[in-house]
Design a protein around this ligand. Sequence first.
Ligand SMILES: NC(=O)c1ccc[n+]([C@@H]2O[C@H](COP(=O)([O-])OP(=O)(O)OC[C@H]3O[C@@H](n4cnc5c(N)ncnc54)[C@H](OP(=O)(O)O)[C@@H]3O)[C@@H](O)[C@H]2O)c1
Length: 348
Amino acid sequence: MINELNAQWRLAATPKGGLPLAEDFVWVTQDMPEPAQNQMLTETLYLSLDPYQWGRRRSGVELPGEVCHGRTVARVIKSCISGYAEGDYVFNTNGWQHYGLSGEGIDIFGYMHPRKLDASVAPISTAIGVLGMLGLTAYSGLIVQCQPRSGETVVVSAASGGVGQVAVQLARLAGCRVVGIAGAQHKIEYLESLGVDSVVSHLDPQFFQKLKAACPDGCDVYFENVGGKVFDAVLPLLNKNARVTLCGVVSQYGNTDGQDPRTVWQAKGQPFFERQQVTVHDLFVGNFVDEYQDVFLQEMAGYVGAGEVRYKEDLRHGLGCAPQAFYDMLTGDNFGKTLLAVGEDPTR
Ligand SMILES: NC(=O)c1ccc[n+]([C@@H]2O[C@H](COP(=O)([O-])OP(=O)(O)OC[C@H]3O[C@@H](n4cnc5c(N)ncnc54)[C@H](OP(=O)(O)O)[C@@H]3O)[C@@H](O)[C@H]2O)c1
C-alpha cells in the first residue's frame, strides 16, 4: 500500500465554456500522502458528482491546479485522529482522487464535516445521497421552508434526480398531491413507481398544457431545481400564498451571458410572486446542517429502513470517467443520484 500512487483529477484551468470539456481536467498521479498528527488517510470508495461543483470551477473558487472538490464516502487507511480507526467508514471530502487526507488543516469546504458511517444502518453510499447533503437539501427546502400541508399540490422539477426523488417522496409522506417534472420516459416511469400522482415530461411538445392539466387546483408548493422553460410553465399555476423553494436552476448552469441565473430567475418570477403573495425561500443547504442534520438523518434512516423512501443511484465505475459522468449529470444524461464507484466497497 505504502508504495501505491495516488491518482487524481485536477482542474486544468478556470473553464471558459458553458459546460465541462475534457480539457478542463488533468489526470495526475502523486505519491501517497502521509497523515500528520490529528489527520487521517482515507481511500475513496464513492465520489459524489453535483451541479454546485461546476459553479465552484466556473467562478474561480476552485483554483487551477487544485484537486477537483467532491464529497466522498471513504475507508480509513491510517488514522492519527482519536475516534477514527483503520477500517472505519467515513463521509468526507477527498474530492476527485483515490486517497485523501482529512482532519486538522485540511479544507472541508465549509459545512461538510467528516463523520463516521454505520454500514448496518444503510448502504454507505447513501451518505452522499439520500442520507447525506442531497437528502438534507430536499428536507430543508420542502419540509422546513415550505411546510407542505396534507391535500396541497406540490410540484417538483428534476424530480427523478438526486434531490428531486427525495423531495417527491417527502411530499407524498406529508399527504400532498405530488406532481413531478422530468425528461425521458424511463424517469417518468420511475417516478410513477414511487407513487407520484402525476408526472409530466418537459420534453413533451405539449408540456405547458400537460402541466396545467396535472395541476387542476393550481400549485401550492414549488420545489425548483431547474429554472428556464420549466419555471415559465409553473409560474402561472402558483396559487395565492404559494411557497417556493429556490433550490437550483440547473438548466441555466451552462449559460455564458455573464448574468447570475438565480437573480434572473427572481426577476422573472417577481410579478407572479407579488400578484399571488408567494413566499420565496432561497435555499442553501449549508444553512441547515447545524440545526437539522441530526434530526434529518434519524428521520430519513427510519423512512429508508422501512422502505417508505426509496432511492435510485446512477452508479458509474472508475475515477477515470469522472469528467464524462459530470457532464452527463449536468445535461440530464443521468438517472438518479450520480456517483462514481472509485474503490471497492467491502460492505456492498
Ligand atoms: N440550494 C442548495 O443548497 C442545493 C444543494 C444541492 C443541490 N442543489 C440543486 O438541486 C438541483 C438538483 O441537483 P441534483 O444534484 O439532485 O442533480 P440531478 O437532479 O440528479 O441532475 C440534474 C437533473 O437536472 C435535469 N436537467 C438538466 N438540464 C435540464 C434542462 N435543460 N431542463 C430541464 N431539466 C434539466 C435533468 O433531469 P431530467 O432529465 O429529468 O430533465 C438532470 O437529471 C440542482 O439545481 C442543484 O444545483 C441545490
